[in-house]
Design a protein around this ligand. Structure first.
Ligand SMILES: CC(C)(COP(=O)(O)OP(=O)(O)OC[C@H]1O[C@@H](n2cnc3c(N)ncnc32)[C@H](O)[C@@H]1OP(=O)(O)O)[C@@H](O)C(=O)NCCC(=O)NCCS
Length: 192
């Protein structure tokens, strides 16, 4: 039997990002602490129009899957999860995740959202490999990825410069067969 809960976890669900989410996302993009964990771009605020263009909600590229993370029974957006640039011939993708407000972090939402996202990547997109990069100073994200079974595959040495110091960027990857082992009896075949 196929799952009826493909995009629902134990605490969160993955949904479309809507125009109504843009004020919250704009708030996150005004928080340099969030931006300095999230990506390598300069931590500069962006307004709602700029971010709407960045997320390009009106056009969906077939190679990008962008999700809003919401709690199961609430409409408020708490995070973003994005599969960026799926390489269909090799069936690989990069993934990124961000839980926007500090008060929402450390409550299991990131882990649950990523667990649901991985199920989507491996059992819906039928990908072979999911990978990501994370900064050496992002202890919470590193703990999350290792908890989910990702393997540290490499290091981009001294890739980031912040506050006059250089930091490594780590490459993590997870293969479908490794992910299936972490699923126990729910992994290889049926779920839900
Ligand atoms: C990284 C992030 C996605 C993790 O999501 P989260 O909801 O805060 O984390 P969770 O509560 O699901 O915890 C996941 C695991 O990470 C560990 N963890 C969480 N916060 C931690 C912290 N501050 N330090 C060390 N480990 C931490 C937890 O121990 C947990 O493991 P467990 O399930 O064995 O207890 C979230 O903190 C975030 O979005 N941060 C800002 C943006 C960012 O860093 N994005 C990732 C870029 S690579």
């Amino acid at each position: 039997m196929i799952t009826s809960n493909l995009l629902r976890g134990e605490q969160v669900r993955l949904t479309a990002v809507t125009a109504g989410d843009m004020p919250a996302i704009t708030r996150w993009w005004a928080d340099p602490d969030f931006l300095r964990l999230y990506n390598t771009a300069p931590a500069a605020p962006r307004n709602e129009d700029q971010l709407s263009r960045r997320f390009d909600l009106s056009q969906t590229s077939p190679d990008v899957f962008l999700f809003a993370v919401r709690l199961l029974d609430e409409e408020e957006i708490v995070g973003l999860l994005e599969f960026d640039g799926v390489d269909w011939s090799n069936r690989t993708t990069f993934v990124s995740i961000g839980i926007g407000e500090a008060r929402h972090r450390g409550q299991g939402y990131g882990r649950d959202a990523m667990a649901v996202g991985l199920r989507f990547a491996f059992h819906e997109l039928n990908l072979h490999r999911v990978c990501l990069t994370v900064f050496g100073y992002n202890a919470a994200a590193i703990a999350l990825y290792e908890r989910l079974g990702f393997t540290r595959e490499g290091v981009y040495r001294e890739h980031i410069e912040r506050d006059g110091r250089r930091y490594d960027m780590l490459l993590y990857g997870l293969l479908r067969r490794e992910w299936e082992k972490t699923q126990g009896s729910r992994g290889a075949g049926e779920q839900g």
